[in-house]
Design a protein around this ligand. Structure first.
Ligand code: SF4
Length: 223
């Protein structure tokens, strides 16, 4: 990693956020016409890029199945419909498990699902096979509009390269640390995650980060 430019003051979570927001503006996340579509996207996006996920989502829509009851009734079609999203067998199982939970517990009604407390829903989501903390928190933040920060590989990479966090902190510890150091704002959590993903994809590559072109290039810690 090249470290060509330095600054004197320590970067903070908020300073990084402000710099990214200034550079990129609002990211309008998460794409999805309904909370259910956002849940489907959050499950499918594990270990793949959004283009592949979007492809799968369009296939589900074209089949007229972007509805929990209909998708559950036609669950055998799920693997073929989501094939482009990769790991389609395990994702189909996860999607089916979510549908079962959502229908049995909430009658597939968003209002009933959304009434429950954040901790309780998170616990329930994490009990579904295939749903980990990142997916559960994406569902909470983007589908249910709860104030939870989503941690992903880009978050770890960018913040640790800027010496703001240690890379291998456990998920929950990192999430609490970030939340404590940011204003308690769902909008900021929403935007920050989206901005980190964009920065990670465009500049903060795993092996060869493009620091000279990156909006955070002037905020790198001294070597
Ligand atoms: S976020 Fe940008 S400046 Fe920071 S390490 Fe990654 S590429 Fe370099």
């Amino acid at each position: 990693m090249r470290r060509p430019i330095t600054i004197s003051s320590k970067p903070t979570f908020l300073r990084l956020y402000k710099a990214l927001y200034k550079a990129f503006g609002p990211q309008q996340w998460w794409p999805g016409e309904t909370p259910f579509e956002i849940v489907v996207g959050a499950i499918l996006t594990q270990n793949t890029n959004w283009r592949n996920v979007n492809n799968a989502i369009q296939k589900i829509k074209q089949a007229g199945l972007m509805d929990p009851m209909k998708l559950h009734a036609h669950y055998r079609r799920i693997p073929a419909l989501i094939r482009t999203a990769g790991f389609y067998r395990s994702k189909a199982k996860c999607l089916r498990a979510f549908l079962k939970y959502y229908i049995e517990k909430y009658g597939a009604r968003t209002e009933a699902f959304a009434k429950k407390g954040t901790r309780a829903i998170r616990k329930e989501l994490l009990s579904i096979r295939g749903i980990g903390p990142e997916t559960a928190d994406s569902i909470l933040l983007y589908a249910l509009r709860r104030r939870v920060f989503v941690i992903d590989a880009y978050t770890r990479r960018i913040l640790s390269r800027h010496d703001i966090i240690e890379h291998d902190l456990p998920y929950d510890v990192l999430q609490q640390t970030i939340q404590k150091n940011l204003p308690a704002s769902r909008k900021i959590y929403n935007e920050y995650h989206a901005l980190l993903v964009r920065t990670g994809k465009e500049f903060c590559k795993k092996n060869e980060p493009l620091c000279n072109a990156c909006p955070l290039g002037t905020m790198l810690p001294r070597a």
